[in-house]
Design a binder for this molecule. Structure first.
Ligand code: PLP
Length: 386
């Protein structure tokens, strides 16, 4: 084989990748191959909660590699996954954890667990939702353009207007296995769900014998200023799905299941080759311990309060901005026009931001971002929006 050049044309064209090759990172900055530094309000799409080159992740990876064992399989016991499961469920609602490799996989698993536990098949999701790109998670995702080319998807999934109690009460029947919702919607435009609506879902699921699944793949693990977003609503789900930041940028997803649901599952009911392996679990445990530290979370809350206030000021001064929504370090700026041009203009000024649907600019910086970097990024945004 002759020398092969780096060339995007050998990669399947399902991504519209832009910008330079990124080759390094430090703190809240990504560094391009020519040395240009970009302030990163994307964080690998809400994955790099501890930013780049964080010593906790670096040390955990090196320590895991020192064992010589990256993978063992779920045929045998390994210590890091068992320990991670115990700490995760202790922070949540008890029960047990299942580990997989992505957010979509976590939701697919949760749907299967709900079916096995309930003996029923129906799934109810909401407008604005995003739960993944596999056949069941995509069926529960309110993006007709993503779904259409791949239909038929999983049957028996209904998407109901978010917040509409009457429609939800009609949709959740005695044939419903699960109701799935993001307590703070991400891809759908950064939309917080009213705590009262989550409480309504809790009561409805209890009444109809359906499992309530909170998808905190994007909003969980400290992003909103508490370890889990649902804690702020005071409503506990039957299952919680996690992924993105869990293993510090290594691929990992998790489903946390309440005791009754866990009790309905046994050997052979579900599996994945890589799930919860020692490398990812070692890193995830350190990420979890770092984020769950009350001081860390309090810092996220205070930076988030500052950012929210600053973005609202910006919105008040800028007629292009229709709304500002969010919590913690997850914010959306809704424009009266497509947001893509702002994303490009920001990138040209060395600030990375992304969209959440066509008209919303999404900001999900590393949770470790410094106040100076936040100031700097918001100043660029103000400039670009003006
Ligand atoms: N659920 C939510 C709320 C998400 O934001 C995402 C991804 O953006 C997913 C699920 C799917 O996760 P993954 O891309 O890891 O499959």
């Amino acid at each position: 084989m002759t020398a092969v050049q780096s060339d995007a044309s050998a990669l399947l064209g399902v991504y519209a990748r832009v910008g330079p090759h990124f080759v390094a990172g430090e703190g809240s900055e990504l560094i391009a191959e020519d040395g240009t530094r970009y302030l990163d309000f994307v964080a690998g799409i809400a994955v790099n909660a501890l930013g780049y080159n964080h010593p906790v992740i670096r040390d955990a990876v090196l320590r895991a590699l020192d064992t010589g064992v990256v993978h063992v399989s779920n045929l045998y016991r390994t210590e890091p996954g068992e320990r991670l499961a115990a700490e995760l469920v202790a922070h949540a609602f008890g029960g047990q954890a299942f580990f997989c490799n992505s957010g979509a996989e976590a939701n697919e698993g949760a749907f299967k667990f709900a079916r096995k536990w309930s003996g029923k098949t129906g799934i109810v999701a909401f407008t604005g939702s995003f739960h993944g790109r596999l056949f069941a998670s995509l069926a529960a995702t309110d993006r007709p353009d993503y779904r259409k080319p791949f239909e038929p998807l999983l049957a028996g999934v209904q998407i109901v207007p978010l917040g509409d109690r009457a429609a939800t009460a009609r949709a959740v029947t005695d044939a419903t296995a699960a109701v799935i919702i993001e307590p703070l919607q991400g891809e759908g435009g950064v939309r917080p769900v009213e705590p009262e609506f989550l409480a309504f879902l809790r009561a409805l699921c209890d009444e109809r014998g359906a499992a309530l699944i909170f998808d905190e793949v994007q909003c969980g693990l400290g992003r909103t200023g508490t370890l889990f977003a649902y804690a702020q609503a005071g409503v506990t789900p039957d299952m919680l799905t996690l992924a993105k930041p869990l293993a510090g940028g290594l691929p990992m997803g998790a489903v946390l299941l309440s005791d009754p649901i866990a009790a309905a599952l046994g050997p052979g009911d579900h599996a994945t080759t890589f799930g919860g392996g020692p490398l990812v679990a070692t890193v995830a445990l350190e990420v979890l311990r770092t984020i769950a530290d009350p001081e860390f979370l309090s810092d996220v809350r205070s930076k988030g309060a500052w950012l929210g206030a600053r973005l609202r000021q910006l919105a008040a001064a800028q007629p292009r901005v229709k709304a500002v929504r969010g919590k913690g370090l997850m914010w959306g700026i809704e424009l009266g026009e497509p947001a893509a041009a702002v994303v490009t203009a920001a990138r040209e000024r060395r600030l990375l931001v992304l969209t959440a649907g066509p008209n919303v600019i999404r900001i999900v910086p590393p949770l470790t971002i410094s106040q100076d970097d936040l100031n700097r990024g918001v100043a660029v945004l103000a400039e670009v929006l003006a």
